[in-house]
Every structure is written in structure tokens, then in C-alpha cells.
Ligand binder design. Sequence first.
Ligand SMILES: [Zn+2]
Ligand SMILES: [Zn+2]
Length: 145
Amino acid sequence: MTDAPSDDRAGRCLCGAVRFTARGVQPAISACHCDMCRRWSSGPFFAVPCARFEVGRGEALQVRETSAWAERGFCRECGSGIFYRITADGPHRGATNVSLGALDDQSGLHVAREWYIDRRPDAYELVGDDHEKITAAQVAEMFGV
Ligand SMILES: [Zn+2]
Ligand SMILES: [Zn+2]
């Protein structure tokens, strides 16, 4: 994986009650088609990994454990999804993926991988074959979930 140098990006929820800076954003977008992400975002959940997530304005930021291995942050005022974070023990613990749609500047990023490709509904498909496509079985193999 040869990703370009990372950068810092500001973002916010729909109503503005939650504002943040994602530091060390990697330009590699992941799109997740799992059941939870689709319920949460009404489509694939597009997100980018960041090294550090700094809350600027966060009284309305609600964090909820949504599985045994991850939690999700969202604005309790307007419902916007803000991030997905790994909570399971191991090397990925604390890894935070910020919602692509919450970033003010979404330029210069590319889709690097699609998770749960076999859960994607027939109605839509991401273009291009230059990114990883990972099945539910492969996820189970990789993380034992
Ligand atoms: Zn909000
Ligand atoms: Zn997902």
C-alpha cells in the first residue's frame, strides 16, 4: 500500500453541534457494506482512517458500542454519523475511521477497499477494479468475528 502523505482535515455533523479535526488522515477510503453500516448510513459507510481524532465542539457527540468489537460516534442532535472505532483488544484497538461525509474537504481521497462486498445490495456498485474487495468470509478469517 503506497498511500500519499497523510493530512489533517476538519469536519462537522449536519447541524454543527459536533465539530472535530481528524489528524493524520490517510487518503484511503473504505466503503463498508455490512448490515450495520447500511442501517447506520442508508448505504455503504464511507470512511477514512485517521491517526488522531480531536473533538473541537463535542457536547452533542454520543458514542455507542454497536458490537463486541467497535463503537460509533454520532451527533445526538441531528443524528449524523461521525466515526467508527475499534474497541477489541489487539493491534487495531483505538483505530478510528472518520465518516467521509462529515469532512469539510473530501478531495484527494480514493476508494482503497470495500468491506463485505458480498453484502452489497444489487442496486448500486462502486466503479473501478483498482481497489480491494473483501467478503464476509475473509473478514471472519482476518479478525475472527
Ligand atoms: Zn449535529
Ligand atoms: Zn460495516
